[in-house]
Design a protein around this ligand. Structure first.
Ligand SMILES: Cc1ncc(COP(=O)(O)O)c(C=O)c1O
Length: 416
C-alpha cells in the first residue's frame, strides 16, 4: 500500500549541491568517465589516507558498483576456476556471486553468535578442516551436492551494517593460511576500528558501495581501494576493457593519442562523471550524513532497550550505522517475525530484512547440498531480524512514529 504519509525504508539525502554538480557535468560536454571520476578518486583517497603516513600509498579506483568492484578484486587476487573463497553466509548475494563469475567455489562461514559478522572461530575451523584434506561441506548431502576441497585463496569479510568485523582475528588467520583478504565494505563508509583505522583499508583490497540506499550514494557506483600497487594497476586495466592505458580523453583532447592496445579480456566497469560528481558532494557531506544516521540510531537504541521484546543491534564508536537491524526476542512475543513485518508495513512504515543467508538460497543450497541448519547462528539472526528505516533527512516525527508502531505491535502481541 502506498500512502502519502508513508515512511520509506530508505531515501537518499540529495540537496542543491548535488543538483548543481550533476548540472555542471550535463553542461560540460562530457558525461562518462573523465575529470570528475579522477577527482572523486583523489578525494576518496585523501579521506582514507593514513594520518601517520607510514603505510604505502592508498589507491582508489571508481567503479560502477560494489559488485563490479568485488569481481575486479577477486580477479586481481588471481582467482581461477575451482579456487575456493571463504564468504560469510550472512551477506548480500554480490559477495558470493563474484566468486562464481570466476568459476571459483564458495565456502560459506557462519556468523559469530550475537553478531551479524563472520565468526573468526568458524573461519578457523573451516580452514583447519580443509587443510586436513576434508571437504568444505562435510555435512553435504543430496544428489547435486559436492564438497569442494583445497586450501582457499581468499576470504571476504563483510562489515555488515557499517560495523567493522573482528579484523585483527581475521587478518591473523588469513596471514597464517596465506589467504588474500578482500573487505566487503559496501555498508562501511565511513567506518573505523577502535584503533582509528578505516574499514576497507586493512585487507589487501576494500570495496565500497554507493548504491541508492548506502551511506553516501551515486545511485549506482562503488570504489575499490588498495595499497598493493600491482593489484590496483590490474583493477585499473580490467575495469576498462583490458586497455593498457588511460584513454578517456581521446575524444575531448585534440592532442590525445587515438591509439591503444588491449592486453586482457577486461570488463566495462567504469563510473561515469555524472555519478562521480554526485559522489564528490556526498563524500564532502559524509560526516554530516553520518551524524544524522547516528542521531536516529540513538533514538531507536533508547526506545528499544526494554530487554524484553527486543535486542539492540551490536554497535561501537566507529559504526557507520548504515542499517538498524532490530532483533525480536521471539520467546516473549506471540507473533512471528514475518507477521510482525506485515503489521509494520500495514501501518505505512517501510522495513526490510538484511539478510536471507545465502546458503539457504536455491542456487547455493543445491550446488553445495546445504541445509538451513548447517549455519545455525546465521539462521538464528535471520529469523528474528527486522531492519528499520534509517536515513539522513528522516524527521523526528517519522522516527517517533516508527518507534510507536513497532512498540505497539510488540505490546499487542506480547506472549503470556
Ligand atoms: C554486503 C554487500 N556487498 C555488496 C553489495 C553490492 O553493492 P552494489 O549494489 O553497489 O553492487 C551490497 C549491496 O547491497 C551489499 O549489501
Amino acid at each position: 500500500m502506498c500512502r502519502d504519509n508513508a515512511i520509506p525504508f530508505a531515501r537518499p539525502c540529495i540537496g542543491p549541491e548535488e543538483e548543481a554538480a550533476v548540472l555542471r557535468v550535463l553542461r560540460s560536454g562530457w558525461l562518462t568517465t573523465g575529470r570528475e571520476a579522477l577527482a572523486f578518486e583523489a578525494e576518496f583517497t585523501r579521506f582514507l589516507e593514513d594520518p601517520e603516513g607510514g603505510l604505502p600509498p592508498l589507491r582508489s579506483l571508481a567503479v560502477n558498483s560494489a559488485t563490479s568492484g568485488l569481481h575486479l578484486a577477486l580477479e586481481a587476487c588471481g582467482i581461477r576456476p575451482g579456487d575456493l573463497v571463504l564468504v560469510p553466509t550472512y551477506t548480500f548475494v554480490s559477495t558470493a556471486e563474484v566468486v562464481r563469475y570466476l568459476q571459483g567455489e564458495v565456502v560459506f562461514v557462519d556468523t559469530a553468535p550475537g553478531t551479524f559478522h563472520i565468526d573468526p572461530k568458524a573461519l578457523e575451523a573451516t580452514l583447519a578442516r580443509l587443510s586436513r584434506g576434508e571437504a568444505a561441506y562435510p555435512q553435504s548431502s543430496g544428489p547435486g551436492s559436492f564438497g569442494p576441497r583445497g586450501i582457499p585463496k581468499a576470504v571476504i569479510p563483510v562489515h555488515y551494517g557499517g560495523l567493522p568485523c573482528a579484523m585483527d582475528a581475521i587478518m591473523e588467520i588469513a596471514r597464517r593460511y596465506g589467504l588474500k583478504v578482500i573487505e566487503d565494505a559496501a555498508h562501511a563508509f565511513p567506518s573505523q576500528l577502535s584503533t582509528g583505522t578505516w574499514a576497507g583499508t586493512i585487507g589487501d583490497l576494500g570495496v565500497f558501495s554507493f548504491y541508492a540506499t548506502k551511506t553516501i550514494t551515486t545511485g549506482e557506483g562503488g570504489m575499490v581501494v588498495s595499497r598493493d600497487q600491482e593489484m590496483a594497476s590490474r583493477i585499473a586495466l580490467m575495469r576498462s576493457h583490458g586497455i593498457n592505458r588511460s584513454v578517456w580523453n581521446r575524444y575531448t583532447d585534440t592532442q590525445a593519442s587515438w591509439s591503444y592496445a588491449v592486453v586482457a579480456a577486461g570488463y566495462k566497469y567504469n563510473l561515469p562523471d555524472l555519478l562521480a560528481a554526485l559522489g564528490r558532494v556526498q563524500l564532502a557531506r559524509a560526516w554530516a550524513l553520518l551524524d544524522m544516521r547516528k542521531t536516529i540510531a540513538a533514538a531507536y537504541d533508547a526506545a528499544f532497550q526494554d530487554g524484553v521484546h527486543f535486542s539492540l543491534p551490536p554497535t561501537g564508536p566507529g559504526d557507520a550505522r548504515h542499517l538498524y537491524p532490530l532483533r525480536l526476542n521471539l520467546e516473549s512475543l506471540a507473533i512471528t517475525r514475518d507477521a510482525f513485518i506485515q503489521h509494520i508495513q500495514a501501518a505505512g512504515v517501510g522495513v526490510s530484512v538484511h539478510f536471507i543467508p545465502l546458503h539457504s538460497m536455491p542456487y547455493y543450497r543445491d550446488r553445495y547440498g546445504l541445509r538451513e541448519e548447517d549455519f545455525p547462528a546465521a539462521m538464528e539472526s535471520f529469523h528474528r531480524v527486522i531492519s528499520l528505516p534509517l536515513w539522513p533527512g528522516m524527521q523526528d516525527a517519522q522516527v517517533d512514529r516508527v518507534i510507536q508502531v513497532v512498540k505497539t505491535i510488540a505490546q499487542e502481541h506480547r506472549g503470556v
